[in-house]
Design a protein around this ligand. Structure first.
Ligand SMILES: [Zn+2]
Length: 250
């Protein structure tokens, strides 16, 4: 378990030392370079609710963060057709990304109608080749939402391909969303303390006004409180690492 306590955080003055202490495994990143981080979520609001605090903390240190959305949340606003919902939710993503410091990117599938096929596998590989992240954060595979399971499959496959081809390899970690309701059987291996950016994470979540954040943000607040108790970091976001230790020791 990698953690950063408040007291030990004070010892780290330089950006790199702080980066190394922040919680996510950095083995895939070149030495003395800030890792590039890509967060892949099923819908607008998944990256922000699942790991918005982590995105903000790493962005604050100088890391390039990309927020990839499988869909534009086309099915997510009752009474609006897909086109209207996509337009509203794309604007909300742009607002959320201004807060997290991430660059928004859309995969191009349709909310509620996502699919895993050869073309989608290839497109995910292409996006990851272009973005060339050191670390990818995506949904934990055991989740009640089909779209969350779809993006996990696409990212996991790209991770396997990158390992096999020995190029553009990246560390893969999973985040949780609405645990108990959506994410299930999640046992963290890594934590990132988010107490100092909790207000900004909330702001990023509330950028998704069409999703009535009052109905789900409190759930995520309880999660970060609980993960903070587990890790002794105050409020924290939790991750499961896919990589085996030493995976990138080449
Ligand atoms: Zn979602």
């Amino acid at each position: 378990m990698a953690v950063l306590s408040r007291r030990s955080a004070l010892k780290y003055a330089s950006g790199f030392a702080a980066l190394q202490a922040l919680g996510l495994p950095l083995a895939a990143a070149p030495v003395q370079e800030f890792p590039r981080i890509l967060v892949a979520g099923g819908h607008p609001d998944d990256p922000e609710s699942g790991c918005g605090g982590t995105m903000i903390r790493y962005a604050n240190l100088g890391c390039a963060i990309t927020s990839l959305y499988l869909t534009r949340g086309e099915a997510g606003i009752p009474g609006k057709n897909a086109e209207e919902a996509a337009r509203i939710r794309t604007a909300e993503v742009q607002q959320a990304c201004r807060i997290t410091g991430a660059k928004p990117l859309f995969f191009g599938q349709i909310d509620g109608n996502t699919e895993v096929n050869r073309q989608a596998y290839a497109w995910m590989q292409e996006i990851l080749r272009q973005e060339n992240p050191d670390i990818v954060l995506t949904h934990w595979p055991i989740d009640t939402h089909r779209d969350h399971r779809v993006i996990w499959q696409l990212v996991y496959d790209a991770w396997l391909q990158a390992r096999q081809n020995r190029e553009n390899r990246f560390s893969l970690l999973y985040f949780e969303v609405l645990t108990g309701d959506q994410t299930q059987h999640f046992r963290p291996t890594h934590y990132v303390g988010i107490s100092e950016v909790l207000d900004r994470k909330k702001e990023a979540c509330y950028a998704h006004q069409s999703q009535k954040p009052d109905t789900w943000y409190p759930h995520h607040l309880k999660m970060s409180e609980f993960r903070g108790l587990e890790s002794q970091l105050g409020h924290a976001e939790a991750f499961v690492q896919q990589d085996l230790p030493g995976d990138f020791a080449f």
